[in-house]
Design a protein around this ligand. Sequence first.
Ligand code: CBY
Length: 434
Amino acid sequence: MRQSHQLPLVGLLLFSLIPSQLCEICEVSEENYIRLKPLLNTMNQSEYTRGTSFSANVLLSLQLVGIQNQNLKQKLIQQIEYTVKRRLSQVSSGELALIILALGACRNPDENLIYDYHLIDKLENKFQAEIENMEAHNGNPLTNYYQLSLDVLALCLFNGTYSTTKVVNYFTPENKNYYFGSQFSVDTGAMAVLALTCVKRSLINGQVKTDESNLKNISIYIKSLVEKILSEKKENGLIGNTFSTGEAMQALFVSSDYYHENDWNCQQTLNTVLTEISQGAFSTPTAAAQVLPALMGKTFLDVNKDSSCVSAAGNFSNSTHEPVTVTTPGSQSSISVNYSVTINETYSANVTVPNGSVFLDVMEKAQKMNDTIFGFTMEERSWGPYITSVQGLWASNNDRTYWELLSGGIPLSQGVGSYVVHDGENLEVHWSKY
Ligand code: CBY
């Protein structure tokens, strides 16, 4: 009798202990799950969209939050398997890291694919190639530090081999690769915090051996990166911009030892993101996939938890199979914009496009008008089309050059495939250095 009285008491005691551990994580409450529906609808559209570069992002996100949409998951896994079999050599290091994280998330059967195709060994090679490129090209990796962080994270979570000393040498917070121009990249810093936290944990657990100074340095780096992330917090709670906020939240969830409770109002950030969702801000599968885990209180470090990630959210996506809404330009009316290409000189044209057009439509129309001046190339990336060259002048990671998109002189925070243009706008692609 006495025991059965004590049991609830013990339970209560445990319960009161758990929240103090988790209180740094704020997440959407169950009654608000409905507000995440637009994200799931967008991710569902992945199967209709051309290209597969976002499959790993979407699959990882679904796995982490424990959504049971088998139909979509199966299709994404097929796409990933095709990539792994047929074109792994063309996959960048970070894409491969994402594939490993997605396949290996939460002890699911597809984990075997990682080992069947020796993906960890292949990632070690691709990571090595990034380092070699930095050594040969003035500290510039083949891709970028966002991807190098993903590499370290996947190698760390899946017991790959990496040198802790190299991580310490390359990930100093002052490294130029955390910056684009003078702007700190919150996405990059956040991914680095996740990677460094994983490395720190495996050093502390004794899984990986190293000398004390490496562990100490890693802690110093995390602290400094967290400070930089928090200094990009806006008045409305967003961190960096709309698209970096989810990843910044993940970084702050795992690093709460490094800042004060008052430094960050998580609930405010969460509410602003929910408002942005309702305004349709996360309209591409990758944007939706990258923000969702944080909103459900999950981080990429949960990927190798021993349990399968089942959650209350499990079934709330079952009825999401809604038809894709094709944006038909508003009653076929036209708008006109000023479009220019700037290298040293500026070349401009007035371009008329249907209302509702995106930046890419303007570029295509201009190219038709004058192929020599406005001719361009692009490639499909996980966030949509990325402009690789204009007038035959190619962006280069070794030189840190790219084609920057601007409107009215201000850099855009969306790519050419998703930015919807307005009548009278001054659009520009500008040859720039980052
Ligand atoms: N992902 C990556 O490798 C990309 C990493 C990333 C930090 C990324 C943002 C963040 C993320 N979550 O994925 C990134 N961008 C990088 C590294 C880069 C550089 C790419 C070259 C390189 N070294 O790898 C570079 C050149 C500095 C860059 N991004 C340019 C641009 C512009 C693209 C213009 C073009 N030529 O097409 C653009 C449009 C900015 C501009 N005004 O010109 C741009 N990026 C944007 C807007 C973005 C955001 C996309 C948001 C959206 N809704 O479309 C971004 C999320 C992202 C993708 N870039 Co970059 C950042 C943000 O706004 N929060 C890993 C891979 C496996 O998927």
